[in-house]
Design a protein around this ligand. Sequence first.
Ligand SMILES: [Ca+2]
Ligand SMILES: [Ca+2]
Length: 337
Amino acid sequence: MAGNPGRFPGHRAAVTGLALAFAAIVGPARADVPDPLPGVGHPNFLSPHVGPLARVGDHLLVANTPADTLDVIDTATRQVVRRIPVGIQPVAVVPRPDGREVWVANHVSDSVSVVDTDPTSPTRFHVVATIQDLDPATLATRFDEPAGIAFADDSKAYVALSAENRIAVVDVATRTVVKSLPIRAQDPRAIAVRGGRLHVAPFESHNRTQLSGGRGKPDGDLVTFDAWEHSVRHNNVLSIGHVVDIVKHPDVPDRDLFVFDTATDQLVETIDGLGTLLYGMAVGPDGRVYLAQTDARNDANGRAGTKKRSTCSWAIPARVSVATESPCSSVRSDGWM
Ligand SMILES: [Ca+2]
Ligand SMILES: [Ca+2]
């Protein structure tokens, strides 16, 4: 693709970051593969990826996010053999366990495109259904910004509704949302099913820190300035002129991994302390959960204000955390830069 920029006019930038990584090993699209949406795309408006690649049989399916297509690469010839129009800004591509369908989360369209991948089907590599969930009274979406997708089995799927802080439970046969699971954290994106467990990672999981602003008289500990007086009444966005610490506050959440039972859809465990911004997740056959994340170390500055300590730079290491469930619910977490 990158080696043949004139093939798809208007789509020179229509290659995802991950697809760029494949440019060296994937050849140009065949001359008989038309651009399905000439002139359409969003090269400067990118939604976050949550597993944009899936292999089904001899094909690799790639979310071409700025072009609004699912691109099909023949793994033997390394050529793009089909470009399937889906919704706006596809971010996740997940095969149904039986391999006969691939579901694509369209982050801006607020929908999931169901693509037929059955080799015996006349509609192979076509969108055969679109899943969404609209309020019948207002026609407003209840399926806002879908991100990660995971299948419990061939009949039940989960879709992370990142802007709703919920997980939609979808009946595969009817393509309808039958219920939703609330997530008490911000922006659930990466999800995975393994061993009868649904694992959910919120992107903004927090790390229990905040600036030492609060309401009322400062206590010199968790509150060193009146945040309402400063930021609301006087409309100073930054806390200039005030003594500011970074404090660990017991009321600030830190929720990293939510684990549900796929048979009952009941929450069985919530695990904290794994990281701050949680990007991608994989679960091994032994139940270990691998989280790609950046761990905000803003708390390293700590009492830089009231104790007049030097201000450290805010190191944000990129890490992979490993969490292991045990019968007594203890969790091991390892990370490395
Ligand atoms: Ca939306
Ligand atoms: Ca966290």
